[in-house]
Design a protein around this ligand. Structure first.
Ligand SMILES: Cc1cc2nc3c(=O)[nH]c(=O)nc-3n(C[C@H](O)[C@H](O)[C@H](O)COP(=O)(O)OP(=O)(O)OC[C@H]3O[C@@H](n4cnc5c(N)ncnc54)[C@H](O)[C@@H]3O)c2cc1C
Length: 251
C-alpha cells in the first residue's frame, strides 16, 4: 500500500476489549473531523509462523482524534482476524502505513446551522469523538445530541470524555441494550434505540441533520427508524462500518 508510515507512541484500553492506539502525526498531515483512512499493519518478524487470513492486514479505520490534536488516534474492538492479532501485539515504536484521509461523514458548512444528532453504535463512536472534540475546540455554538448505544456500560468507550464535552448546546444520552442496571434520572436509556427514543430526545425531528455510524446492521436499523419518521435522505448521513459484525458494535 502506498502511504505514510506512522509510529506508535502508546496504547490504552478504553473499554472492554477496546483499545486506543496513539500514533505520531506526520508533519503536514491534514484531515477533516469524521474522516477515515486505510491502515496497514506489517507482518511482524516474530509472527513468521502465523498464517495471514484472506482479509489481509489492511482495514478502514476512522480517525478518533480531532484535527487540532497533536497525535493521530485509532480505536478498535478486539477481534480474531490476523489484522487484529497483529494490532494487539503492537508496541510503542512499531510502525504502520496509512493513506490520506477520506470520507464525507463530516459536519456541513458553517452557514448550515441545523442541529446535529449523532446516533452511534459501539465502536462507531470514533468519528463522533473526532467531530465533537474539534467542535469543542472551535467553541461551536451549534446544537449537538449524541445517542450512544452499547450493550453494557463496560462496552462504552470515551464515556467520561464524551459526557464532559464543553459545548454549550450538547446532550449525551447513554443507551444500554442489555444492561439491567437501573437508569440514571436523565439521559440514560435501556433497550434498543427505537422510534420512541428519537421522539423523546429530539423535539424538532424534521429540522435536524442525522449522523448514523456503527455496524451495517445498526446503521440500517437506525436509518429505517428515521425514514419511518419522515426524515429525508438529504438529512441522513451514514457511515456504516462495513466489515464490522453487529456483535462488535454491541448495539
Ligand atoms: C469507514 C469505516 C470506518 C471504520 N472505522 C472503524 C474504527 O474506527 N474502529 C474499528 O474497530 N473498526 C472500524 N471499521 C471497521 C473495520 O474496518 C473492520 O472491518 C472491523 O474492525 C472488523 O475487523 P476485524 O479484523 O476484526 O474483522 P474482519 O476480518 O474484518 O471480519 C469481520 C466480519 O465481517 C465480515 N466481512 C469482512 N469484510 C466484509 C465486507 N466488506 N462486507 C461485509 N462483511 C464483511 C467477515 O466475513 C467477518 O464475519 C470501519 C469501517 C469503515 C468502512
Amino acid at each position: 500500500m502506498n502511504g505514510l508510515t506512522i509510529t506508535l507512541k502508546e496504547t490504552r484500553d478504553v473499554a472492554d476489549g477496546t483499545r486506543l492506539f496513539v500514533f505520531e502525526k506526520p508533519q503536514g498531515y491534514t484531515f477533516k473531523a469524521g474522516q477515515y483512512v486505510a491502515l496497514e499493519v506489517p507482518k511482524p518478524d516474530g509472527m513468521d509462523g502465523m498464517e495471514i487470513d484472506p482479509r489481509g492486514l489492511t482495514r478502514s479505520l476512522s480517525i478518533a482524534s480531532a484535527p487540532f490534536e497533536s497525535d493521530l488516534h485509532f480505536t478498535m474492538r478486539k477481534g480474531e482476524s490476523s489484522f487484529k492479532q497483529v494490532c494487539w501485539k503492537l508496541i510503542p515504536g512499531a510502525t504502520v502505513v496509512i493513506t490520506k484521509a477520506v470520507g464525507f461523514f463530516v459536519l456541513p458548512a458553517e452557514e448550515d446551522t441545523r442541529p446535529i444528532v449523532f446516533v452511534a453504535g459501539g465502536i462507531g463512536i470514533t468519528p463522533v469523538r473526532s467531530i465533537l472534540k474539534q467542535a469543542e475546540h472551535d467553541k461551536s455554538t451549534r446544537n449537538f445530541t449524541l445517542l450512544y448505544a452499547n450493550r453494557f456500560i463496560k462496552d462504552v468507550a470515551f464515556e467520561e470524555e464524551m459526557k464532559n464535552i464543553a459545548i454549550p448546546h450538547f446532550r449525551h444520552i447513554t443507551v444500554l441494550s442489555k444492561s439491567e442496571d437501573p437508569c440514571a434520572p436523565d439521559n440514560d436509556e435501556r433497550g434498543y434505540i427505537c422510534t420512541e427514543t428519537i421522539q423523546k430526545y429530539i423535539k424538532d425531528i424534521s429540522g435536524c441533520l442525522y449522523y448514523i455510524v456503527g455496524s451495517p446492521q445498526f446503521s440500517g436499523a437506525i436509518e429505517k427508524i428515521l425514514i419511518d419518521l419522515g426524515v429525508p435522505k438529504e438529512q441522513r448521513h451514514m457511515d456504516p462500518f462495513t466489515g464490522l459484525k453487529a456483535a462488535d458494535t454491541k448495539k
